[in-house]
Design a protein around this ligand. Structure first.
Ligand SMILES: *Cc1c(COP(=O)(O)O)cnc(C)c1O
Length: 375
């Protein structure tokens, strides 16, 4: 019997599961006659901010822009350095250069896959010579789990620089009872279709408790306008359209349930891995994981992926080449004094299992059976 292939991600299943609500939202936005920065976008910003627990949210075109707009809004750009990681979606690093600043790439904690807090503390206390001053840190909550924010917030506070949260994979995740995105100076969320909260096109949103920063970014995202046709700031064009905003409004109320289903699937995978040579993803103390990805590692990754593929199960690699080893960045972007050995090792070993709320019980059971056979 040939069984249907289970893809690693399936945004079409996400649409079909919510089709009536999404179709109604799209029809409403289309019928309104207003397609860019209107009532749907403003309502989504209010509803997202309330869900997150912050006073201000600003929609924009994608998650990369959300990060770049935060940096520009904070006045960070040319002549500044921004610390982040190399084990991330390249977007994090691209956003720093879009703002005109220089990325400084630090290594990761190999269990958590997020920025090494000790290295950040060390470079802020004793900045590497020959680099522009470090004016911000962008911390990525990779795979849906919180980075070790406590010591990083303390180090940024001592250095008097903002900590920016890249929450593109962490919508709804928490740390010590607080939602991620509410702990730093500002947070950026991607709304790309496969994210935990996804549009059916591109989208992004950023959030902050700082009213003046939100106001500035609200102007920056539309040509620097505070008043129509009059640029008071040097801006860009990065807007969230009304159709996507309406879709996101329909989906936001289902996000927490989707995250709970991801955790349920993760627990099933954990149980299936007992007795195999694979360690389930490490859960950081106090962290509420939302499993944007369920990530395993193996020194023999290609063989494991091939065996799962033969059993009809798709896997992915997030990410196969660290940013500092990609040809656009290699030899050009500085690394922290510790180098990026853990980053390089992770890139060679990690792979991601199928993970989305729409996986059926039958699919989850098939995946668990296949994991049990890995031995
Ligand atoms: C997806 C992602 C982004 C970029 O979001 P886009 O909407 O694709 O621009 C940034 N950072 C991380 C960690 C991501 O996963």
């Amino acid at each position: 019997m040939t069984e249907v292939f289970i893809p690693q991600a399936d945004p079409g299943a996400g649409y079909r599961a919510q089709q009536p609500a999404i179709d109604a939202a799209v029809a409403r936005a289309l019928a309104s006659g207003w397609y860019i920065l209107g009532e749907e976008g403003a309502a989504f910003e209010r509803e997202f901010a309330a869900w997150l627990g912050l006073p201000h949210a600003v929609g924009c075109a994608n998650g990369t822009d959300a990060l770049a707009l935060i940096l520009r809004g904070l006045g960070i750009g040319e002549g500044d350095c921004v610390a982040t990681v190399s084990h991330t979606a390249v977007a994090t690093v691209a956003a720093i250069e879009m703002a005109g600043a220089m990325p400084l790439l630090l290594d990761i904690d190999p269990e958590r896959y997020t920025m090494d807090a000790e290295e950040l503390t060390a470079v802020l206390a004793d900045p590497p010579p020959g680099l522009p001053p470090i004016r911000a840190a962008i911390v990525v909550h990779l795979y849906g789990q919180a980075a070790e924010l406590g010591p990083m917030l303390a180090a940024c506070k001592r250095a008097k620089i903002p900590l920016i949260e890249d929450c593109a994979q962490a919508h709804g995740a928490g740390l010590d009872g607080r939602r991620l995105g509410t702990l730093g100076t500002a947070a950026a969320f991607s709304l790309y279709p496969t994210k935990n909260l996804g549009a059916l096109g591109d989208g992004g949103i950023l959030a902050t408790a700082d009213a003046a920063l939100a106001e500035r970014i609200g102007a920056l995202r539309q040509y620097g306008w505070r008043e129509r046709y009059i640029s008071s700031l040097i801006g860009v064009n990065s807007r969230l359209d009304e159709v996507q905003a309406a879709i996101l409004r329909a989906r936001l109320p289902m996000l927490d349930a989707g995250n709970a289903r991801r955790r349920e699937i993760a627990a099933r995978y954990d149980a299936a891995l007992a007795g195999t040579g694979f360690a389930p993803p490490w859960r950081a103390p106090g962290a509420e994981h939302v499993f944007h990805q369920y990530v395993l590692r193996s020194p023999d990754r290609a063989a494991v992926q091939a065996r799962l593929k033969a059993l009809g199960i798709g896997t992915g690699i997030h990410y196969p080449v660290p940013v500092h080893l990609q040809s656009a960045y290699r030899g050009r972007v500085p690394l922290g004094p510790a180098g990026c050995a853990e980053t390089a090792r992770a890139a060679e070993e990690v792979f991601s299992l199928p993970m989305y709320p729409e996986l059926t019980e039958a699919q989850v059971s098939r995946i668990c059976a296949a994991l049990g056979e890995l031995g």
